[in-house]
Design a protein around this ligand. Structure first.
Ligand code: GRF
Length: 293
């Protein structure tokens, strides 16, 4: 949002004020422009400011800068993404394509893999994306980063979000702690069912078919210190057909994964993830900002 400072002579943040740059929400401000309410989302700063006719303060506490949405929009800065893969990397490719065709307001700045010759790593190299190997392979001590080196390199590249896309190693606690609420994973079934250690790849689809479940589909979730237990952010349902094979089901789920992951990454890059009070993350609809899903 392009905002301009209103009544700056009356309302100024002290240069080092903790309120400076704080996210604010501005109540609808429609002509006649005589009342503006500002509220600060941080509980510590819960107060409101009203500005009366001619910019006179009706009531306010600390000095603040009042910003008004003048209708113009600034594109949010493009986000820097790191993608982690262990295999073919079809989700990675779709995300990368989304970055190139404008559907994702971000860029993949690093590809991390435990298999340096996998399809995903080759695709990255051929698209000029640096490839890092993590973790250090046991026998090839010269290759691969330690967890703290990995965190350092991600920081050096300014990575803001880490996207796991078929990465089969457990994410080290150092990384989870360095990127809170900033690591996503895609799982090819509807969590919390059919997840956990050992449930990956075709095994997931076999388990779904054996269970008799009538629906499967991808889940995108935030990553915590365990396998597949972080907060669910998005899901998409895929019908299980009576005579499905695991391979057929996997193919239909993968098709949905590609769409869902690109949509979710687009939402992340547009800062449309909102955390409900109980800790559930929601996606704000782009078309209708009052709707969350
Ligand atoms: C996907 O099915 C994903 O859900 C799972 O690993 C697979 C990766 O596929 N985590 P690809 O490498 O993106 O093609």
């Amino acid at each position: 949002m392009e905002s301009r400072v209103l009544f700056s002579s009356q309302f100024n943040f002290p240069v080092n004020s903790p309120l400076k740059n704080r996210e604010t929400s501005i109540a609808p401000f429609t002509p006649p422009r005589n009342v503006l309410s500002l509220s600060f989302r941080s509980p510590a700063d819960r107060f409101a400011v009203r500005i009366g006719p001619l910019g006179k303060a009706v009531s306010f506490a600390p000095k603040i800068v009042a910003e008004v949405d003048d209708g113009s929009r600034d594109e949010p800065r493009r986000k820097k993404l790191a993608v982690f893969v262990s295999g073919g990397g079809s989700n990675f490719r779709k995300i990368h394509e989304g970055c190139s065709d404008g559907s994702v307001n971000g860029d993949v700045v690093l590809l991390v893999t435990n298999k340096k010759d996998c399809g995903g790593a080759e695709y990255a190299r051929s698209n000029g994306i640096p490839v890092l190997v993590f973790p250090k392979a046991k026998r090839e001590s010269s290759d691969g980063l330690s967890p703290s080196e990995l965190v350092d390199v991600l920081r050096k590249y300014g990575v803001e979000f880490v996207l796991l896309a078929g990465y089969l190693k457990l994410i080290p606690v150092e990384l989870v702690q360095a990127f809170p609420k900033r690591i996503l994973n895609i799982h090819p079934a509807l969590l919390p069912a059919f997840g956990g250690k050992g449930l990956y790849g075709i095994r997931v689809h076999k388990a779904v078919l054996e269970s008799g479940a009538r629906y499967s589909g991808p889940t995108i979730h935030f990553v915590d210190e365990e396998y597949d237990t972080g907060r669910i952010l998005a899901q998409s349902a895929v019908r299980v057909i009576a005579n499905d094979t695991p391979e057929e089901l996997a193919k239909r789920v993968l098709h949905e994964e590609h769409k869902l992951y690109v949509e979710v990454v687009a939402a992340i890059c547009e800062e449309r993830i909102k955390w409900r009070e109980d800790g559930v993350p929601l996606i704000q609809s782009k078309e209708n900002p009052d709707e969350y899903y």
